[in-house]
Design a protein around this ligand. Sequence first.
Ligand code: T3D
Length: 260
Amino acid sequence: MGGDGLRVEIDGPVATLTLDRPEALNALTVPLKVALAETLRAIGADRTVRAVVLTGAGRAFCAGQDLAEREAPDAAPLEVELRERYLPIIRALRAMDQPVIAAINGVAAGAGASLAFACDLRLAAPEARFVLAFGRIGLVPDCGATWLLPRLVGQGRATEIALVGEPIGAEEAVRIGLVGRVVPAEALLSEARALADRLAAGAPLAIGWTKHAMETAWTSDLDAALAEEARLQGLAGATADHAEGLAAFRGKRTPDFTGS
Ligand code: T3D
């Protein structure tokens, strides 16, 4: 960690990014946001990394914008801060081909909740809770919350969460489809790592195209989604990894995907 509050560990094909400002519940400062966006972009371009885990140090996942920093006289206007510092993080998360797992160890509030929503998969400790804290401080949901949350839990539920702002606990998050499963706190990182390893053993090109197809299908009609699936299947079918998958099936062995 270089004093920016982000810890980056790359172990084999898995990168683990830890928001590491536990004294402020991993609230997002300018240096942390810049480091996170740059790291996500760099990892997105690194073919040796095949899965990413995002988590928080200490008792929180992320408390959103650092409110002390926001009160500083030289703080950028909100819209500028969002456009220049937050949106690159959300865009990088959504654009990267590798799957990103949020290991939500504690509270995820404001932009911290949006960060968790923007990941591809979510595992939560029993202590995790989601707080759409924006309304409490007179702000509107941002960092993709209005787009991401309805896709995860449906428009009605998302609107209720956004307007009422009642915290969503881990078990309820599972019940409404916001989180895949709850894992004991002491096992959260190892479970996230096991899931990351499993994804990292998959065919990277197909995984990236699957992410792309799942994302674009939401904003297209059925015909366009069918056409896009067919196009991507054409690409996937021509990969060495598809040939390897077939050979492994015939040989009753585990495939060794190379991302080609
Ligand atoms: O630039 C822009 O502003 C645009 C982008 C906006 C996006 C946003 O994220 S807006 C939403 C910002 N976040 C919040 O409003 C959440 C504020 N925090 C809370 O509501 C609560 O702390 C939590 C619900 C997250 C957790 O509550 P609790 O009771 O478990 O912890 P606590 O006692 O409130 O906090 C512990 C410490 O963390 C405390 O410091 P202290 O008193 O021990 O020295 C608290 O001040 C600090 N902390 C918590 N959240 C933040 C924070 N410090 C700075 N920024 C925070 N967001």
